[in-house]
Design a protein around this ligand. Sequence first.
Ligand SMILES: Nc1ncnc2c1ncn2[C@@H]1O[C@H](COP(=O)(O)OP(=O)(O)OP(=O)(O)O)[C@@H](O)[C@H]1O
Length: 655
Amino acid sequence: MKGIKKEGWISYKADGMFSFLWQKRYLILNDSYLLFYKNDRLNEEPVLSVALTSISNVSRIQLKQNCFEILRAADQRDNLSAINSYFYESNSKRSIFVSTGTERDLHGWLDAIFAKCPLLSGVSSPTNFTHKVHVGFDPKMGNFVGVPDGWAKLLQTSEITYDDWNRNSKAVIKALQFYEDYNGLDTIQSEKQTHTSLGLKPLKSPTKYIVNKRSNSIKRSLSKTLRKNKTDSILPAYQSELKPFPRSFENNNSVTSIKNSKLYDEDGMHVSKDYVAYLQTKQLEKREQQAIQQHFRRHDSNAILKPHRAAPSAPIAKDHDGGIKAPTEDLLELKDAGDFDEIIMKMKTVAIDVNPRPYFQMIEKAGQGASGAVYLSKRIKLPQENDLRFLNSHCHRIVKERVAIKQIHLSKQPKKQLIMNELLVMNDSHHENIVNFLEAYIIDDEELWVIMEYMEGGCLTDILDAAAGSNDGKKSSALNESQISYIVRETCQGLKFLHGNNIIHRDIKSDNILLNSRGLVKITDFGFCVELTEKRSKRATMVGTPYWMAPEIVNQKQYDEKVDVWSLGIMLIEMIEGEPPYLNEDPLKALYLIANNGSPRLRHAELVSNKTRQFLDACLPVKVEMRASVRKLLTFEFLSLACGPEEFKLAIKWR
Ligand SMILES: Nc1ncnc2c1ncn2[C@@H]1O[C@H](COP(=O)(O)OP(=O)(O)OP(=O)(O)O)[C@@H](O)[C@H]1O
């Protein structure tokens, strides 16, 4: 039999005529039904089949040891004897009682049934007594019910449908959790105790997320804004506190304590396994943040960021052909967050503490980032002799060279540690496919100037946008296959370098690929980089930009350097089709689709060569162990299609 989710022997009785009789049955859960068979040979019709859509509640009950009750709506299709018809007359709900051999088995059944029943939350697996949290859909009202108000509002304004919920309610929940975290929303905490359904006025979507209602170019620029806003909206874990359990769930269940890592509601009952995981992730992220700040205090000028967190039962990454190194140090003790002065002090281990204005002449603004503006400048003087010791010996500096200067007002930055992160990674990462960091200055402990090589071609997104704009809104690639192959190869080389140094970039996308007038392609934006060690070869922090995000990040699982490979695959689709998958969807729906849909596909796969398709297929398996490492990708035939920098240089328009 196909689609079996769980099966095994149980005892059961239904209410009705023979309600005193416990009968041994072989129970099967598939995608649509709970089927009760007389034996495990399944050679007869089931004695009872219960449509999962009819199940309105499942709860543990003290009727018998290891027992739960399934409450389902009466179904006209039920074959009722006259006696049983009489029995059920006044009751539109029916109960089935199931008793399992062991406590463990009971939990297994509860989890499996909750995961599959559309009228149940999919998020809850009660382990003791009565399960009180229901999330479902009211077909009459056309609304989701039983969800926290904040989620209700988000669902209302999103394009997530009942069908989506029915298909994979877990993915919807994951998307909601992720969306909230990503935006630093606190819908759950801010809610009142009253339970409401989704019959609410639509919440005004956050401006940065109105990406689905616009024309392609506006959409893209808005999505760019969204991407640019990431330092405001991402890494909420770095600032968020542990949130209480949603207080507006039905029956006003609220979690009041965390005892022995298990969640209890006010009655001391266990609730929602997913929420336990969710809140534990929150705690871990908070600890990670503390660890990062602790690290800054200890940081010496030659080290790169080493966030330290005890990853939850971190498995060792199996595919380590990307050159993950041996562990570098043990977990640091976790202490309180460092303050502004400490961050400045640490920045000064990398940046020169002098006013650099006399050394540079500003020419024009080259771009605007979330943390500050980037200027094209000319070096007109070298720093003083005694400051030269701070200058990285990798870089040769000459008067009259053109440089990019990123000016950051530190006091205005909500996420100074990200800037620090970027500085440290750039200082240590010198490679021809990484934007070259030259030096940095701190002015009056207020302003940070990061001096980089100037990439006059701007970012890859601009090239893709220019093509979209010049083609009457029709999406087509600005680049031919050999140019795309070239960009991918260069990006892979940069990633190989980073991964070989245990660094995950975590935000690979066209915005973070810069081009120069020699046709060179380089990775930039290291704010979200993180270092892996063998002990912590998988991480669980949520970073990146939604549309490029790997499913394991959206699903809040542990992850490793392969998230960059996924993002590279999405960037490849972006280059072929002009935009990443799901850009037309609202972000919440996009997150749901990433979590649920598996590998995204090209809209017109027939338009690209087999080599390109093979490469893409290697980048985008949902199963991480099936996804190629960057080292492996570099052997793919697709990269042999690459043109040279000269040809590439001629093909792209310079600003
Ligand atoms: N080295 C460079 N050479 C030329 N232009 C650059 C350089 N670095 C950045 N830019 C331009 O400046 C824009 C903003 O860059 P920045 O790195 O600040 O962006 P961001 O990643 O969105 O911001 P942030 O790092 O503050 O989050 C880029 O989109 C790019 O066009």
